[in-house]
Design a protein around this ligand. Structure first.
Ligand code: NCD
Length: 318
């Protein structure tokens, strides 16, 4: 059902592959809710999580997904690793090859680093858990599943992605996925936080938030990526909240049944009003976290099938 042996981004995926992955994730979500989420789909396989950049929810989500499917899961503390001692990514790959993991989940601060690692590791499926400003495919897939479950469809919807688009891999993967599934995407934010040439991505660009939110079905907020800014992108957080922070008054411009999303971690009072984020009638932020586990179970299941098929084609005698 997936043509690739790795999940590096949304870009190479066909709409049918996205649909199939979401269908499987949908079943895993129901199974998780029923409390029967412990399966042996990945039994006998080793999953290594390598997070070169800090993460709480994504790492926990991948760990939980692997464990629910019976994999042996190991998370390497990359902050204290030999990378800090100067080891290159290529040497890390060679070390990994000697350890023979089956599934490798990687987050890295540099765009393209996960693709590079995927080229260097052998006989192992690589999943991109976020690389620089490039892609974060499982985030876009979990957002898509959340939208599909709440809206009953994933096409012909109007989606506003708001805030720090320029530094966001979440925005990039979502623009690609929502576009492939034939939705209308609007980017809303100050000119300093929307990349030049964004209009070429097949999206509409708005600098006025009320205009940008008019009649949309989905409002997707993004965190200000302060760690990727070298100053001067916004006048002050207070001013930013005034113009681009989502509150009940700005949300009133969207459709009455519009849902509010945020990938987390969120800065309450900077990009979103805390009360609105907690409003279970509008906010689906909790569902996004729940769908994250299901989507990662589906992605690892499908990649493991490809891995086993490729291995099955080789004769192994011990
Ligand atoms: C996102 C990320 O790391 O790109 N978070 C996440 O995966 N839950 C978004 C962010 O950090 O703002």
């Amino acid at each position: 059902m997936l043509r690739q042996s790795h999940l590096l981004g949304i870009e190479p995926l066909a709409p049918a592959e996205i649909g199939a992955l979401l269908d499987l994730a949908d079943r895993y979500a129901d199974l998780n809710r029923s409390g029967r989420g412990h399966l042996d789909v990945l039994t006998g396989l080793t999953q290594i999580n390598m997070f070169f950049e800090n993460s709480t929810r994504t790492q926990a989500s991948f760990e939980l997904a692997g464990k629910r499917l019976g994999a042996d899961v190991m998370s390497m503390a990359m902050a204290q690793s030999s990378v800090k001692k100067g080891e290159t990514l290529i040497d890390t790959a060679l070390t990994l090859n000697a350890m023979r993991p089956d599934l490798l989940v990687v987050r890295h601060g540099q765009s393209g680093a996960v693709d590079l690692l995927a080229q260097k590791v052998t006989d192992c499926a690589v999943l991109n858990a976020g690389d620089g400003r490039h892609e974060h495919p499982t985030q876009a897939l979990l957002d898509a599943l959340t939208i599909r479950r709440r809206k009953g469809r994933l096409h012909r919807l109007s989606v506003a992605i708001c805030g720090d688009i320029a530094h966001s891999r979440v925005a990039r993967s979502n623009i690609l996925l929502l576009g492939k599934m034939e939705n209308r995407v609007r980017l809303v934010g100050p000119p300093t936080l929307i990349p030049a040439g964004a209009g070429d991505l097949g999206v509409e660009v708005y600098h006025d938030m009320r205009e940008g939110l008019r009649d949309v079905d989905v409002v997707m907020m993004l965190r200000l990526q302060k760690e990727r800014m070298d100053g001067g992108f916004i006048p002050s957080e207070r001013e930013y909240y005034h113009r681009y922070g989502l509150d009940a008054e700005k949300l009133a411009c969207a459709r009455d049944d519009a849902i509010v999303m945020h990938p987390g971690p969120m800065n309450r009072g900077v990009e979103i009003d805390g009360t609105l984020a907690d409003d279970i009638h509008r906010s689906v932020i909790g569902t996004q976290v729940e769908m994250g586990v299901a989507v990662r179970m589906a992605a690892m299941d499908l990649l493991a099938r490809n891995l086993r098929a490729a291995r099955g084609a080789r004769v192994v005698e011990v």
